[in-house]
Write a protein that binds this ligand. Structure first.
Ligand code: TA6
Length: 291
């Protein structure tokens, strides 16, 4: 496939191809492994918008700590089989680039992942997934699932976006006030969000919400707006001190500098996809203003 001039396919690590995008509106990197948006930096922004761990492991079949992991076709642990990988199979399999187009304002790429003998041993259904990525002053990622089999399946999923922040203690997440959430830190319990979300410890929450949020980053003096479509769950995660120490691919102090805001469908929001049907999950990250 011929790539536009602003996209090159590179292998800084042999056997680990990465698409490198250098467009007037933004720079980005996308790994073939997991069709994983690793980096995105709109032109004019001092700091990258997506966070990437300096200790991330870049190897085929391994999840990447940062960017936008695709959690699919389950979110979290496998519903019944603990030997299965966390967050499903999509983020650890190679996707195929079908198209890449450049426009004045952005670059658009379309990746594909389809079921085969291997995937069927991990998840006994037939599917075709397409991932549309639009990279410019804003970032849009759209995950379309089509059930190509003859039985319905229950789909859990997330676009697990890691956002760079200047200092997690100076971050406020707006837009989830009065929303119910499953708090998964310690005993799993349902709570009501009171006011904006602030960070004073580990936060790992699945909010029952279809709407967007605003991440107010007072340290970097910027707001990040995360909008979404086709998502009934917004996951907010920061590992804080102890969990950061337990994650080998994350520096101990890294929790200060990132926050995950994930467009998801988890728990009661998991989606039943009938044979022949399609489902779309979309997330959009934009930077409307300097605070
Ligand atoms: O999205 C929140 C979460 O489910 C956390 O519980 C934490 O496990 C995080 O995902 C990262 O998961 P990973 O498998 O990428 O280490």
């Amino acid at each position: 496939m011929t790539l536009p001039d602003c996209i090159t396919l590179e292998e800084p690590i042999p056997g680990y191809p990465i698409y490198v995008i250098s467009h007037p509106a933004a720079t980005a990197r996308i790994a073939v492994n997991g069709a994983h948006v690793m980096e995105w930096k709109p032109t004019g922004q001092e700091a990258p918008v997506l966070y990437m761990s300096p200790d991330a492991v870049l190897a085929p079949g391994k999840a990447i700590r940062g960017g936008i992991p695709i959690c699919w076709p389950w979110f979290g642990g496998h519903p019944t089989d603990t030997t299965q990988p966390m967050h499903g199979i999509a983020r650890i399999r190679p996707w195929e680039l079908l198209r890449a187009d450049t426009k004045e304002s952005h670059v658009a790429l379309l990746f594909k992942l389809a079921s085969n003998e291997e995937t069927r041993t991990l998840w006994p259904h037939d599917f075709t997934c397409h991932l549309g990525i639009s990279i410019g002053a804003s970032l849009e990622v759209s995950l379309m699932t089509q059930n190509t089999g003859d039985t319905a399946f229950l789909l859990g999923e997330a676009l697990h976006t890691y956002l760079t922040v200047g200092d997690i203690k100076q971050v406020t997440v707006k837009g989830l006030d009065e929303t119910k959430y499953l708090d998964t830190v310690g005993e799993r319990v349902v709570r009501d969000q009171v006011g904006d979300i602030v960070f004073e410890g580990e936060v790992d929450r699945q909010y029952a919400s279809t709407g967007g949020v605003i991440v107010e980053d007072r340290a970097l003096k910027r707001n990040l707006v995360v909008n979404k479509l086709g998502s009934g769950t917004t996951v907010i995660w920061n590992p804080w001190i102890e969990k950061s120490k337990r994650l080998a691919d994350l520096p101990d102090e890294a929790y200060h500098g990132f926050l995950c805001v994930e467009a998801a469908n988890a728990g009661d929001a998991c989606v039943t996809v009938a044979p022949g049907s399609k489902h779309v999950l979309l997330t959009q990250v934009s930077l409307p203003s300097i605070v």
